[in-house]
Design a protein around this ligand. Structure first.
Ligand code: ZN
Length: 198
């Protein structure tokens, strides 16, 4: 066929008000929720992410999709990494963090909503996650490593927080110019980055 049907898929970028809103709980997993999860997954893949929260897709709901690579484990895996990494990609519905470790770790982060900007963020090394899945199963486990970080980053999106809000004063100073440019660019594109997928 000469013309293949292409779908345009968009992710919201820094400056869009939906990214600074506290998202609403998912009341029940209906056909619309399943459809949203599927579209969020497609967007995450199209933009090469390892996680995407619904607000980044323009929907202020407490749902995230994660796809953390199995080979991201360093040293002994946490119970969460053992349990969840073999199940990727995974959709978390109304996820919450029950507790944070006192130990912290610093690692560079990036975000599909803050294109091409990477900066070091200090976060608790491990968290205890509780979440429903699309099937209504309740997951509760301690997650560390890249998984623990990804969960914290994505859940921040549900509370209207971007990783750029969590930078040290020094990292914030270094990133300030880039953030300003991204906001200005975003304004000219209605805070959307778009890709065509087959
Ligand atoms: Zn993000």
């Amino acid at each position: 066929m000469l013309f293949k049907s292409k779908k345009r898929i968009s992710v919201r970028t820094i400056g869009d008000p939906v990214l600074s809103r506290v998202a609403d709980p998912v009341i029940d997993v209906d056909a619309d929720t399943l459809c949203l999860a599927q579209e969020m997954y497609e967007a995450m893949v199209a933009f090469n992410g390892i996680g995407l929260a619904a607000p980044q897709y323009g929907v202020s709901k407490r749902m995230v999709v994660i796809d953390v690579p199995a080979d991201s484990v360093q040293g002994d895996p946490t119970p969460g990494e053992e349990q969840l990494l073999p199940r990727m990609p995974l959709v978390l519905v109304n996820p919450e963090i029950l507790s944070y470790s006192t130990n912290k770790a610093v690692r560079d982060e990036g975000c599909l909503s803050v294109p091409d900007l990477y900066a070091p963020v200090e976060r608790p090394e491990k968290v205890i996650l509780r979440s429903a899945t699309l099937d209504g199963e309740i997951i509760e486990c301690e997650c560390g490593g890249l998984l623990g970080r990804c969960i914290q980053h994505e859940l921040d999106h549900l509370d209207g927080i971007l990783f750029t809000d969590r930078l040290s004063p020094e990292a914030a100073r270094e990133a300030a110019g880039g953030i300003k440019r991204l906001r200005r660019l975003g304004e000219s594109k209605s805070f959307m980055r778009t890709k065509s997928i087959k």
